[in-house]
Design a protein around this ligand. Structure first.
Ligand SMILES: Cc1cc2nc3c(=O)[nH]c(=O)nc-3n(C[C@H](O)[C@H](O)[C@H](O)COP(=O)(O)O)c2cc1C
Length: 348
């Protein structure tokens, strides 16, 4: 209620990235003011054993995590855990620091409960994220890695390996991101001829730097892949012994939007997230689960907004669920609402 009023009165009039910075500042307070995160977590974190999920050799206090892209530099994962997220996927982190695309690069489409972004992996680089990941954590922290923009395609593998070596030992799981639409050429890495060798090298690197603990490795795919390509990536994930798939990233499609086409076009290039992604993300989940049986961990993301969506994903075979856009529209108490509704339903 309070957040929704604040959103309508204040946040929605600010440029989207400025609103994001403000929210981020509030979350930083939770991290730096002693005792504040503890207080919030007493209030908001899921404590019900029936919400717990065991996967990837880890214990998740709840099924819903924060998707990659919100905490790109691993700055506020403790605060997000205090708000009730059962895991946080930090990143995308690239081996080298980079500024991302020029602003404006993040937009809200309230009529569609969607966001459009072309951030372009703005982040401080793997070394800086590694420093921050040494902090205390109360939920599993995944690290999503991507390619540095200025690194040529032929050197992409070495670039991912550099990030994996620095971040793997500090990550509860690692996700290779080959599905962002905002780094030129990145999505071409989803072709199995390229993806296979890349994932093999990252796997080897993780085993080299973390010999005592096998770091789970997942790949994150785009919703715009053709069905045959989704099947091919799924088969390859099984063949390579990957631990799972995160499905899916933002879409290039602009189909079925309520926002006026001219307005959408004026915003320019970028990946769309939120409600318009819901059906596609769910369909991909069903397809991949049917193909893998119980063999892979599937993290479903895209258009999840409430407890109904979470339950639907879990019933469709998701091991875990993530969200990002709905958090922007619904605010800091979203997770508490979701957990309450899930518990009430379980009790029934
Ligand atoms: C502003 C913004 C930045 C994002 N940055 C990343 C990123 O760096 N890496 C990544 O894998 N996904 C990124 N994503 C995609 C999300 O992780 C997620 O896959 C997508 O937003 C769909 O979930 P949603 O509908 O709940 O937002 C980003 C999404 C948004 C809205």
């Amino acid at each position: 209620m309070i957040y929704r009023a604040f959103f309508h009165l204040v946040l929605r009039w600010l440029p989207a990235e400025l609103a994001h910075r403000l929210a981020f500042f509030a979350l930083r307070l939770l991290v730096v003011v002693p005792g504040l995160a503890w207080l919030f977590s007493r209030w908001l974190r899921p404590s019900a054993p029936e919400l717990r999920v065991r996967a990837l050799g880890l214990e998740f206090p709840g099924p819903v995590g924060m998707a990659a892209g919100f905490d790109k530099d691993a700055e506020v994962y403790q605060a997000l855990a205090a708000l009730g997220f059962g895991h946080v996927e930090v990143g995308t982190v690239t081996a080298q620091a980079q500024p991302g695309n020029p602003r404006p690069r993040l937009f809200r489409l309230p009529a569609d409960r969607a966001l459009l972004n072309r951030m372009g992996f703005n982040n401080h680089g793997a070394r800086s994220a590694a420093e921050r990941l040494r902090g205390k954590r109360s939920v599993p922290i995944g690290v999503n890695i991507g390619k540095t923009k200025i690194v040529p395609a032929e050197q992409a593998t070495a670039d991912y390996v550099a990030s994996a070596e620095l971040l793997g030992p500090l990550a509860d799981y690692v996700v290779v991101n080959v599905s962002s639409p905002n780094t030129p050429g990145l999505r071409e890495l989803q072709a199995v001829e390229k993806l296979g060798p890349l994932l093999r090298e990252v796997r080897t690197a993780l085993d080299r730097v973390s010999p005592a603990r096998r770091v789970p490795l997942l790949v994150k795919i785009a919703p715009d892949l053709a069905e045959a390509d989704i099947d091919a990536v799924t088969d390859m994930a099984l063949e390579l012994g990957l631990d799972g798939i995160v499905l899916c990233n933002t879409t290039l499609s602009r189909a079925g939007l309520h926002t006026a086409a001219a307005k959408v076009e004026a915003l320019g290039a970028g990946g769309l997230s939120g409600r318009p992604l819901r059906e596609r993300s769910l369909a991909i989940l069903r397809r991949v689960r049917a193909r893998t049986g119980e063999r892979l961990v599937l993290i479903s993301v895209g258009g999840v907004e409430n407890a109904h969506d979470v339950r639907e994903r879990l019933s469709a075979g998701a091991t875990l669920v993530q969200l990002y856009s709905a958090f922007v529209y619904e605010g800091p108490f979203l997770l508490r609402r979701i957990h309450r509704a899930l518990r009430a339903e379980m009790a029934r």
